[in-house]
Design a protein around this ligand. Structure first.
Ligand code: MRU
Length: 353
């Protein structure tokens, strides 16, 4: 797989996912503002990937602040963290990364090698994300039959993480285990992450993938063509309610109606223990052009009223299990999630606020 991003010590190279699958091009970012622009405009997307990206954005902020001799580096870094966090409000991994860096900054600010320490923390966040994805795949293994047809929504793959993927990490692990796996990828209107990214990513790895429109998912379930669903998550509340790409909720409803297991795969830093339930998860609304246009082509009348929430919330009772890098949790989620996050190192937990 191509790399989602690459840090060369002074520039963050971000794979421009808006150009995929037609063109592989990297956007060089040498300032935190440029990084924020790439996240906002979805050159990089997917909750873990934008968390990792924001970590390097904080490194660039610190380099800039020190080069410009800003009088109060701590408040400069807090402002830049706010800027990054405002770009995509639903994915909690982003705020987790910026707060993890800010906490560390408080500990190292008065040391000689503060800059090097912040840079090494950002690299650690990147490397750990890859390991987290592999552990998710490992924990999921007993849930995946030897022969399975798996439906997924959006892209929760290598492109949405530092590599390997969460939902697609589950698929990759099953394929590595020699299982006979077939994937159905929802195209994922309006931004088409399924058609553009999941389809391409799985084809790169020679994994059997069939592209369907979102409205076909229930039909294929009714035919018995889907054995299980695996999706990623942008934020999981303390009670297991899960925000993910718009359309995930309808997939979960259809899965329930047809007795198809519905799994959420996500690292523990996607769990927001301070968020009591799904009603408290901020839902990002994006530009109307994502709905009125496909690419550059207008498909809806000029002047039409449009809504474009980028995420929806799947209530916990529709989720068969949540597969994390620390283990699998099932209902009662409030209890099982509390026990899981209690086990985690403080650096693993979601940031407050
Ligand atoms: O708007 P996007 O493309 O950032 O949305 C991505 C998703 O909804 C993913 O499923 C989620 O972030 C998990 S990615 C491992």
């Amino acid at each position: 797989m191509v790399e989602t991003l690459r840090w060369d010590g002074s520039i963050l190279w971000i794979l421009d996912q808006t150009r995929l699958p037609l063109d592989i091009r990297y956007e060089p970012c040498s300032t935190v503002d440029a990084v924020a622009g790439c996240i906002r405009n979805m050159l990089v997307r997917g909750a873990p990937a934008i968390g990792v990206t924001a970590g390097f954005g904080m490194v660039l902020a610190m380099k800039q602040g020190m080069a410009d001799n800003v009088p109060d580096i701590r408040s400069w870094m807090h402002d830049k963290a706010k800027l990054l966090e405002s770009t995509r409000p639903t994915a909690v991994n982003l705020a987790w990364a910026t707060r993890t860096i800010l906490d560390h900054l408080d500990r190292v600010l008065n040391t000689n090698d503060a800059m090097a320490q912040i840079e090494s923390l950002a690299s650690k966040i990147y490397n750990e994300d890859l390991q987290r994805c592999r552990r998710i795949g490992q924990y999921a293994a007993p849930l995946i039959p030897r022969k399975a047809s798996i439906l997924t929504h959006c892209n929760a793959g290598a492109l949405a993480t530092a590599g390997y993927g969460t939902a697609l990490g589950v698929v990759r692990r099953a394929v590595e285990d020699g299982k006979q796996i077939r994937v159905f990828a929802d195209e994922t209107r309006p931004f088409l992450q399924g058609a553009r990214l999941t389809a391409w990513e799985l084809m790169q790895d020679n994994i059997d993938v069939t592209l369907i429109t979102d409205s076909m998912a229930a039909h294929f379930m009714s035919l018995g063509d889907i054995d299980l669903v695996v999706v990623g998550a942008d934020r999981i509340a303390a009670n297991g309610d899960t925000a993910n790409k718009i359309g995930t909720y309808s997939v979960a409803l259809a899965a329930k109606a047809h007795g198809v297991p519905f799994y959420v795969a996500a690292p523990v830093n996607t769990i927001d223990s301070d968020c009591p339930d799904g009603s408290q998860i901020p839902i990002e609304e994006r530009s109307i052009e994502e709905v009125t246009h496909i690419g550059d082509i207008r498909v809806a009348p000029v002047g039409i009223k449009v809504r474009n929430p980028a995420f929806d919330v799947t209530p916990n009772h529709l989720v068969s299990a949540i597969i994390t890098d620390k283990g699998i949790v099932k209902a009662d989620y409030r209890t099982s999630i509390a026990a899981l996050t209690e086990l985690c190192h403080p650096d693993d937990r979601s940031a407050p606020g």
